[in-house]
Structures are given as structure tokens and as C-alpha cells.
Design a protein around this ligand. Structure first.
Ligand SMILES: NC(=O)c1ccc[n+]([C@@H]2O[C@H](COP(=O)([O-])OP(=O)(O)OC[C@H]3O[C@@H](n4cnc5c(N)ncnc54)[C@H](O)[C@@H]3O)[C@@H](O)[C@H]2O)c1
Length: 454
């Protein structure tokens, strides 16, 4: 297995050398093993657990919010906390102790201290909310040390990393879950329920994306600005496709009887981040001299194997209200979430060819997960959906049931980021998606979150 060793070493060294590097598929294709043509190996469903012992890596903004949620999820116990910033580890330790748990062990010796978390023999799940370039090295170390792993979005940032996650999950039989919280949003879950109950007929088209003015966030050197801005100076593509795609994928049964076939991306001109730096820091400032590569608006078009189309937008460098642009359309009608949720169903809506408010449908179509957890999720991150995703993960591990999302969901969504960069770099070349499931996607499977909605 010399080839694999080289490849892993390469990923680790890239992760260690710089923020914002995307591993070139051209370089890596030389060291890819034959795994892609090997048969699919199902990941076994884990045995029930009395509690889920968690090693948490990366307790910045999003990680701390997950820690807060996990403190309220019965059966979850955080036994180790790791971050390169020691004060953040201490903050998390204090929170956990204050909530009545044993003070977890802290790890902040180096950028690679998460290795010691992965090696502990009292950890069931390594959960990581670190910057993007660390997701895969940490997930691999967790699985190779016999732990399940959950990572923030996107799971991977190169095609080789995607394959590495699939290969390692299958080899070790461990879960590798990308925590796409937007799958658990109240409206998105209601839309999913409507789709599965046939309200829109057969799926035909969807729109979605991540449309969020991140100009200030990318310049915040106490937070994400430390790492996130660099990707806008090195890369050009849809860097963050998963928030929109997660819910749409579920509506279209992707990986469960359907799959992404091919895609193409276009990038607009690049203005927003530079203009912002000039206005905020002055035309002679160091920030104003930074050169950005990321298009202000990246538009991707995906076609699925079952013939649906999906438009995905990435728009994070211009002034604009927040949106995930969710629109789902079938043979009988459509629903649009932003700016105000509205719906039209032929023969059901009160007036022909006119939108009507979605709220009128809430009572009939609210997803049972929300009916069960709305009260307890109140006040948690992103309108409660983050609590629900953490709760569902811990519950699945404790009950010994399949988690809501799997490694194939994680890598297929992440692959959109990778292929969008390639497509833009080659002036709108169309790319086929690799079959990470090696044929398994053709078998229909019911989503775990829909089982209780039957
Ligand atoms: N799902 C969502 O809604 C959502 C929202 C925000 C961020 N995120 C994702 O969460 C992740 C983190 O984002 P954030 O906003 O919390 O960023 P952040 O910068 O606030 O937090 C990242 C933390 O990771 C730590 N870190 C960096 N390198 C590390 C290493 N080698 N070992 C241990 N710790 C390390 C940093 O010190 C920091 O505390 C990203 O992947 C981001 O895309 C998701």
C-alpha cells in the first residue's frame, strides 16, 4: 500500500503548509489507487451505545455552538476538547464543567494535537468544526483510530480528499458524516415532507445556494477572517455549496435511487471584497492591496441521472440580504422559500397561477421531527436546526440506527465545490461526477428522517 501512504502524507503536508490550498487533481491523479473501480463495501450499522463519548476539535464560532447543543442532548458526553487557541479550549472546558459534566481533557499543544484526541480509547465520535483544510486529515485520523467522525461543511476540498474519505470509511467500517445543518431547518424539512407526500408531483427542477454577505466576516481577524478570506484569494468556484444542496438532494433522492450526472459553473467578475477593503480600511491599506480570485457570483448548473436540473448560486462578496434561495419544482407545482415562503400547487392553491403563503400548509405538512423537537431546540444556533442535527446524530449512535447522512452524501456535495473550480478554470467545461458509490446509488433507500414521517 505504498501508494496510499504517499497520498496520505501528501494531504497531511498540504494541510500543514498553508491555508487555502486546494490539492491539484492533476498532481494527485498520479498517486490515486485503484479504489474507484473496487466494489462498494457497505458501512455496517453501529451497535447501540449507552452514551456517546465525544472528542471535539475546533471550538471557534460554530464548534462552541455545537458544544452548547451537545450539553443538552441526553447521552452525549464531551471527554476531550482541542483547539490551537488555548483560551478557547478553556472556555469550552468551563462551559462543560458548569453544565455538570466532568471537566474534559484539553488539547492545544500544536496544529496536530487532534491526533492525540483521535488516539484516546474513551472516544466514540470525533466531531470537528475546524477550518476547511483540516476536515479531511482529522476525519481520516479519527476513522483510522476506530472512531466515527462528524465534520462541519464542506467535508472535503479536493477530489482526492473525497475519495480518501470514502475509502477510509469503507475500510474501517466507521461513519463519516458531514453535518449539513440546513437539512434540519423547519421550512426545508416541511418542503421535504411535502415532496415525499407527492404534493409537487414528480421532481423536475430546483434552485438553491449560499447567498450571504461575508465581506465583514472574511475580514474579521478574531474569527473566520483568519482562514476564510485566504480561500477567496486562491480559489474560484462555489466554495460552499452544501447549505443549499443538502435539502435539495434529499428532495431528489440523490444517492438513494438518483445521482448527480454532470455539471457546469460560471464565475462573474471579482469586485466585492476589494471594494469593501478600500471603503473600510482605506485605498492605501494592506487590505486594499490584497488580490482576490473568487468570483462575486458563481452559478452552477447540475443535471441529475433522473433528469432534474439544479441551479446552485454562491454569492458571498456583495451587499445583499441572506438567502439560501431554495426553490423546488415538480410536475404539479412549486415552493420558494426566499425572501418570503410561497407556494403554488395546481388545483390546490386558491387562485390559478398565483402564489400563496406557505404557512397555510404548515399544520398539515410540518415535519414530525420539528413537532417533536421545536420546544427543546428553541434558542439554539441557526433557529434551532443545529440542535436538531446534533440531537439526531447522537440518537442514531445511541439507538444503533443509520445516521441521517452518510459519507456518500458528504463527498458528493463536496465534489460540487471541486468541479465548479475546474469548470470555471476551463471556461465553462462540463464535468461528469465520479460515482463515489460504485453503483450503490441506483438502489432506492428511504431517508432516515422520513421514516418517522410515514
Ligand atoms: N453549518 C454552519 O451553519 C456553519 C456556520 C459557520 C461555520 N461553519 C463551518 O464550521 C467550520 C469552522 O467555522 P467557524 O466559523 O467556527 O470558524 P472559527 O475560525 O470561528 O473556528 C475554527 C476553530 O478551529 C480552530 N483551529 C484551526 N486549526 C486547528 C487545528 N489544526 N486544530 C485544532 N483547532 C484548530 C481555530 O482556532 C478556531 O477556534 C468551518 O468548516 C465552517 O465552514 C458552518
Amino acid at each position: 500500500m505504498k501508494k496510499q501512504f504517499n497520498r496520505r502524507q501528501f494531504i497531511k503536508s498540504v494541510a500543514a503548509t498553508g491555508i487555502g490550498l486546494t490539492i491539484s487533481d492533476n498532481i494527485l491523479s498520479a498517486v490515486q489507487p485503484d479504489f474507484q473501480s473496487s466494489p462498494f463495501r457497505p458501512i455496517p450499522i453501529g451497535k447501540p451505545m449507552e452514551k456517546v463519548r465525544i472528542g471535539f476539535v475546533g471550538v471557534g464560532l460554530q464548534g462552541t455552538s455545537h458544544v452548547e447543543n451537545l450539553l443538552k442532548v441526553e447521552g452525549a458526553e464531551i471527554v476531550a476538547v482541542c483547539d490551537i487557541v488555548e483560551s478557547r479550549v478553556k472556555r469550552a472546558q468551563d462551559m462543560i464543567e458548569k453544565a455538570g459534566f466532568k471537566r474534559p481533557e484539553g488539547y492545544s499543544q500544536s496544529e496536530f494535537d487532534w491526533r492525540r484526541v483521535c488516539e484516546r480509547n474513551d472516544v466514540d465520535l470525533v466531531y470537528n468544526a475546524t477550518p476547511w483544510q483540516w476536515h479531511v486529515p482529522i476525519c481520516l485520523a479519527a476513522m483510522n483510530n476506530g472512531k466515527h467522525t462528524a465534520t462541519e461543511v464542506p467535508a472535503a476540498i479536493s477530489m482526492d480528499e473525497c475519495w480518501e474519505l470514502v475509502e477510509t470509511a469503507e475500510k474501517t467500517g466507521k461513519y463519516c458524516i458531514m453535518m449539513e445543518n440546513c437539512n434540519y431547518d423547519k421550512m426545508e424539512m416541511m418542503i421535504l415532507n411535502m415532496v415525499k407526500k407527492g404534493l409537487f408531483g414528480e421532481m423536475v427542477h430546483a434552485e438553491c445556494g449560499y447567498l450571504h454577505d461575508l465581506r465583514a466576516v472574511k475580514h474579521d481577524m478574531d474569527g473566520e477572517g483568519v482562514w476564510r478570506r485566504d480561500f477567496s484569494m486562491r480559489n474560484n468556484g462555489d466554495l460552499y455549496p452544501t447549505h443549499g444542496l443538502g435539502p435539495v438532494m434529499q428532495c431528489m433522492d440523490i444517492n438513494r435511487g438518483n445521482y448527480f450526472d454532470y455539471m457546469v459553473s460560471f464565475g462573474s467578475k471579482t469586485r466585492g471584497l476589494h471594494d469593501y477593503a478600500v471603503t473600510r480600511f482605506g485605498p492605501e491599506s494592506a487590505e486594499a492591496r490584497e488580490k482576490f480570485t473568487l468570483s462575486d457570483v458563481v452559478t452552477t448548473l447540475i443535471r441529475t441521472m433522473n433528469g432534474e436540473t439544479i441551479v446552485v448560486t454562491h454569492d458571498t462578496s456583495l451587499p445583499r440580504p441572506y438567502s439560501r434561495d431554495i426553490m423546488v419544482q415538480g410536475t404539479m407545482g412549486l415552493v420558494r422559500k426566499y425572501p418570503e415562503p410561497k407556494i403554488y400547487i395546481e388545483g390546490v392553491s386558491k387562485t390559478d397561477d398565483r402564489w400563496e403563503p406557505v404557512n397555510d400548509y404548515m399544520k398539515q405538512y410540518q415535519h414530525p421531527v420539528w413537532t417533536e423537537l421545536e420546544t427543546v431546540s428553541q434558542g439554539a444556533g441557526h433557529g434551532g436546526m443545529d440542535f436538531i442535527e446534533d440531537y439526531r446524530l447522537v440518537q442514531a449512535l445511541m439507538k444503533g440506527t443509520e445516521p441521517d447522512m452518510d459519507v456518500y452524501d458528504a463527498v458528493l456535495m463536496s465534489a460540487v465545490r471541486v468541479l465548479s473550480e475546474k469548470s470555471i478554470a476551463r471556461e465553462g467545461k462540463t464535468y461528469k461526477f465520479p460515482d463515489f458509490t460504485r453503483g450503490m446509488w441506483k438502489t432506492p433507500r428511504e431517508l432516515q428522517v422520513m421514516q418517522m414521517a410515514r
